[in-house]
Structure formats: C-alpha cells, structure tokens
Design a protein around this ligand. Structure first.
Ligand SMILES: Cc1ncc(COP(=O)(O)O)c(C=O)c1O
Length: 385
C-alpha cells in the first residue's frame, strides 16, 4: 500500500473521528442497543420507495438541473407558502441539495471570507465549525444556558461585531431538543436589523415539534427572512437519512452566491429521488402527521425512562431526549456513556462533545426514533442502574 512520504499539513488539525462513529462502533462491539446515532430505526413509506422506482424505470437516471428538478422546487415553494405564508420563487430562490449538511457547507463556503466571524451557538451540530474554518472564517462561540438550553440575549448581543458575517441558528435544536419561541426570534430580528449579517437557519427538525407548538421558522419574521438562508432535510422529514436529500431557501442575491458553490461542489442531486419527492410532497399529510407520530414516541420513551434513576424534562422538539445522570454518578459524561454501553448495553451520546472546548455536563442524548420494543428494552436495561 503506498504511503504519502511527506508531512500532511492538516487544514482541520483538531478534527478527530466523530463521537457518533466511536459510539456506534462501541455499540456494535458490545452488542448494545444503539440510541446514539440520530436516524430512524424504522423504514420510510413504501409509497415513497415505489415512486423512486417508478422514476428510475421511466429512465430519469441522468443529471438533474443544477438547482434541482423544477417540479420539486415548485412543490417546496407550495409547502413553504402553505405552512409559513411566504412565497419563494422556485426559479431563483430554492435549491435542492444532497442533504442539509451539503446545504450548510455550501452556504458557509459561499458567504464566509478570510477573517469573517461566524457565531455558533453551543451545544452545536458538529459540521458548522469545520465548514467555517475551511472557509477561512473564525468561529465565535456562544453557550446556551447549561441547565435548560435557553439563550441569554443580552449576553449574546455582546458577541456581535463589525466582523460578524453569519449567525448560525438551529431550532428545534440538536442535541438539546429545545425550541425557540416567537420572542427569541424577535430578539434575533432586532439584533441583526440594519447590519449586514446573514442568518443561516438550520431547520431540519421543522416538522418534529411537540405539544401543539408552532415551529418558529425565520420565515415567519419578514425582517429575518430577508437576510436568512433556510436549510431543511428530507432525511429527517421522511425517514430517509440515507438518501441525503435536502433543500435551501433564500433571497435571490444570496441564492445566486449559494449556487455558484453548489454547482462546483455537487452540481446537482439525485434525479429519480427528486421526482419522487416532488410527487410525495404534494400530499401534505405526509409531513403534517409527523409531530403526532414522534410525540407518541417521545411519550412512550418518557414513560419508560421515568422508571429509571435518570431525571428528564420531556423534549420539546427533534427526536432526541436528554437524560440527566447527576443523581447516579460523578463520572464525566463521556466516561459514563462509554460505561453504559459496555456494562449495561445501551449507547447514547455525551453532550460535552457538542462543545468546542472541555465543558462539564451531566446530560446524555438518546435518540427515540426507534421501534418501541427497542426503546422498552433499553429502558429495562437502564432500570438496573
Ligand atoms: C441540526 C442538524 N443539522 C443538519 C443535519 C444533517 O442533515 P442531513 O442528513 O440532511 O445532511 C443534522 C443531522 O443529524 C442535524 O441534526
């Protein structure tokens, strides 16, 4: 096997194998129930699979147009208008991406230059910071309240400078499951008003929100929408994370820049899946039923896990539930998560890994997008603690 004979000068020296891979590998080795990785443990709708097959057999197997199949962009525009009352032009303001991660990376690469500051709110999804660093930007980190993951807007305001180019937000929030309310969005709207700041709004869990709350998309706030790029993921909405399909909305002048990068990064996304999604998206019940579906799972999980020694507050959105183990152990969250996987047989993710620097936490993140039998089994195992 050949070996590169020189020193590799890494562009991302701090990046290591992600904890998600580490915990999943450990879960496999220990034959543990894997509630660490965020993907559904059940299949997507057979109707959606038949639609993909239909379009493959129709011969729609070559490159799609660069911004996405028009029918899909049109269906996204209709859904956006119906849900949030805003119209986005499929021609110039909507782009289909190969998953939300590609959308995030593309937006950051397109907008961030050397020396620009990007505010990242922690705990944060792990792809934001490396994308900012590769673009030459400087991540500026802000920590949510460690107990309930709420945001102190007074403190947040102090981070904004003349060099702030982008603020990345995420509601419903991975990993905490917290959601922002209208007052939070109004605070943000006020802070960025009359600046050049762009808001990158990661809304991949827009349809996974509970207890009759309405998702507070930036789209509901005109002064925010005019300076925002919105990222969504079909993987989360239709239980198809392995298809890596998502989309992005934004004002035309921002979308033009986004597409300049998009066309050289991927050029276009999977063609037959786009046609299938265009047809599937026309029936709104395919996404309108999602809050009730996942709320039933959350409630099942909460009922089972309340019988353990963990403490919890039912999650407000996403398919993640945090469990607090401070009554059970003094170990660090990573030590404790590893021990639970090895000795008890249930894998989770320690929250400290969602921070760029060492942070103390007594919360573990469990994914409840799994079959009830598996959730029940995991609960029974953890009752032994
Ligand atoms: C907050 C957040 N953003 C983006 C993504 C990535 O979505 P996709 O799989 O469509 O790239 C995830 C996936 O876990 C996520 O949790």
């Amino acid at each position: 096997m050949p070996h590169y004979p020189s020193m590799v000068n890494s562009k991302l020296p701090a990046v290591k194998t992600s904890i998600f891979s580490v915990m999943s590998r450990l879960a496999n080795e220990c034959n543990a129930i894997n509630l660490s990785q965020g993907f559904p443990g059940f299949d997507c709708s057979p109707e959606l699979i038949s639609l993909v097959e239909k379009y493959m057999r129709k011969g729609l197997n070559q490159y799609a147009p660069m911004p996405g199949v028009y029918e899909l962009r049109e269906a996204i525009a209709e859904k956006t208008a119906a849900l949030y009352g805003v119209s986005y032009d499929p021609e110039n303001e909507i782009t289909v991406t190969s998953g939300a991660t590609q959308g995030l990376f593309t937006a950051i690469s397109a907008l961030v230059k050397d020396g620009d500051e990007v505010i990242i709110i922690e705990p944060a999804y792990d792809s934001y910071a490396p994308a900012v660093e590769l673009a030459g930007g400087t991540p500026v980190y802000f920590q949510l309240n460690a107990l309930d993951y709420s945001i102190n807007w007074e403190a947040f305001r102090k981070l904004i400078s003349l060099r702030t180019r982008l603020i990345i937000i995420n509601t419903p929030h991975n990993p905490s499951g917290s959601v922002w309310n209208a007052a939070d969005m109004q605070q943000l709207e006020k802070l960025v008003h009359k600046t050049d700041i762009v808001v990158l709004s990661d809304e991949v869990y827009e349809h996974i929100i509970f207890d009759e709350q309405a998702h507070q998309s930036v789209l509901r706030f005109p002064k925010l929408a005019e300076r925002s790029i919105i990222i969504s993921s079909f993987g989360k909405t239709f239980h198809t994370t392995g298809w890596k399909m998502g989309y992005c909305l934004g004002p035309e002048n921002l979308m033009q820049e986004f597409r300049k990068v998009h066309q050289f990064l991927v050029f276009s996304s999977n063609t037959p899946i786009q046609y299938a999604l265009a047809e599937y998206l026309k029936s709104s019940e395919h996404y309108e039923g999602l809050p009730a579906f996942y709320q039933a799972k959350r409630d099942f999980f909460v009922d089972v896990f309340r019988q353990t020694k963990f403490t919890l507050k039912p999650t407000a959105g996403t398919y993640f539930q945090l469990l607090d183990y401070s009554h059970i152990s003094d170990e660090t969250d990573t030590e404790f998560a590893v021990r639970l996987t090895r000795e008890i047989g249930v894998a989770s993710i320690p929250i400290s890994v969602f921070y760029h620097k060492k942070t103390k936490s007594s919360h573990l993140r469990f994914c409840f997008a799994k079959n009830n039998e598996e959730l029940e089994k995991a609960g029974e195992l953890l009752m032994k603690l």
